[in-house]
Design a protein around this ligand. Sequence first.
Ligand SMILES: *Cc1c(COP(=O)(O)O)cnc(C)c1O
Length: 506
Amino acid sequence: MNSTSSKQHIGEGQRLDPQDWNVFGNDMHKLLDSCLERMQDVRNKPWIPPAEDSKLKVALNDVQKPKATADVFDMTTKDIMPYAGGNTHPRFWGWVHGCGLPVAVGAEIVAATMNCNAGGRRHISAEVEVAVIDWLLSLCNLQGTVPRQSAEDKAFGAIVTGTSQATILAFNCARQQRFGAEVRVKGNSAFPDVAFYAVKGAHSCMARALECCGYGSRSLRLVPAEDGKMNMTVLAEMVAADKAAGIVPMCVVATAGSVNLGEFDNLNAISDFCKENEIWMHIDAAFGFWMVLGEQRLSHLVSGMDNACSIALDFHKWMGVPYDCGAFMCYSKELQRDTFTSRPAYLAQAVGEESAGMAGGDHWMCDYSLELSRGFRALKVWVAIQTVGTDAYSALITDNCNQAEYLGELVKASPVLTLAKDVISNIVCFYPTQQDQKLAPHSGLIAARLQLKGTVTFTTTIIDGRETLRAAFVNHRTTHADVELSVRAVEEEIAAHIAANATAAN
Ligand SMILES: *Cc1c(COP(=O)(O)O)cnc(C)c1O
C-alpha cells in the first residue's frame, strides 16, 4: 500500500463531478436541445404566470441524497423554463427589458466552463473585459467636465451587473474626485454636505445610489423639465442656492433616455455648464447610450455624451446580452482605480519575476469596481458584438424607434386612444380616451388582461397625473405587424369592456 492511496477515500475528489461523462453528455445535449427549441419557438412563448403548484415543485426538500441529473434537468426545462418573464417574446414592451440573444447562450456555457473569477489575477478574462471597455470608448471616448489627474491619464470603465450598480460607482468616483483620498478614510461626515442634480423623472437608481453612498436621497435635487429636457436656468439657480448655503454641488446627472418617455437631456448644454462650474457630469444612458449607433436623427440625441466624466449603461437591454450585464465608464482611469483599489497582503500584486505567475496581470478589475469575486460577464458581450455586428445593432436601434413612431401614429388615428406625449425615441405612452369618464377600462386593467392572454406586454406609468399604457421598444424580434396587432388588441379590449358594462347595466 503506498502512502497516497492509503489516504484516498472512496469518492474523494470527484463527489461533485459527473459520475459518468457519457451519461452526463447525453443529459447536457438534451438540455441544450430543449433550450434551442424554446429559443426557436419564442414567438409562441409569451409570458405565462407560474403554475399553481410551482412553489411546491421548486421547494428544496429531500436534498440529502443526489437526484439524477437527467431528472433535475427535466424539472428545470418542464417546471421552470416555461414560466419565464416573457421578455424574450416579440411583443414584450414592458419596462425596459432586453430579449436576449441565442448566441450568448454559447458564451454563457463557455464562461461557466472556465469559471473565471474575473476580479483579478493573471488570466484572459481581464483582457476580454478591457477589449470590451476599449470598444465602448471607441464609441464614446470620455473627456470629463473636470480636470484629469495627470497628462497620461485616460478613460476606463468596468463591466458590472447593470446601470444601478454603475451609478453607485459613478457617485463614488465623483466624491473621490471632489474630496480626495481622505474621504475613503474619514467618510462623509468630515466633509461638507453635497448636492446632486437630475431632471424630474430621472430613474430611481439615482436616489438609491445616494442612499448607498451615505448621502441620503435628500441630497438629490430634481430639476424641472422643459420640453422633456432639464431646465438649465433652474439648474443654475439651484446650484447657486446650494453654493450660497455652503453645500457642494457634486454632480449633475444627465438623463439620456428617460424611463417614462425616452426623453434626452441636452448633453452639450449640461456639459458646458459642468465645465464652467467644475462639476462632475454623469449620464444615465441605460438604454439611450445605444442611440450612438442609430441613424443621424437618433445619434443626434446623444451628441455631447463624450464630454461626461462618467456614464452608466446596460448591455442587457438594447444589446440583448443576457442578464445581468451593464457597464460603467469613467473619464479617468487613475481616479477610478484610486476610488476602489484595496489590496491587503493576500491580494498583493506580484512584481518582477513573480509577475509571470498568477498574481501578476496588468488589470485586476477588483481595483476598478466594488466587486472582488465576479463572473466573466465580458465574454457574452464580446461574443455578442462580434456575432451580431454593429451594422445589425444600428439597424435594430432605428427599427425600434420607427416602431415606436408607428405605434404613436396608430394611436393618434384610433378613435378610442390618446397619445400621452409626442414620441421622442423608442418609448410610447397612451391611454384609452374615455378612461377618465370611466367608460373605458383603465390602462392597468387592459395591460393585465393582454398580458394574461399572452397577446402583448404593455406596462403602465403615470404621465401628467394620468395612468397610461407604456411600450418601450428595445426588442429585436418586434415587427411593424406586431405593433398593428397590439393596437387592434387594445381597441378590442376596450370595446369588449364597454359592451360587457352595457350588458351589466341593462
Ligand atoms: C433600466 C434603467 C436603469 C437601471 O438599470 P439596471 O440595469 O436595471 O440596474 C436606470 N436608468 C434607466 C433610464 C433605465 O432604463
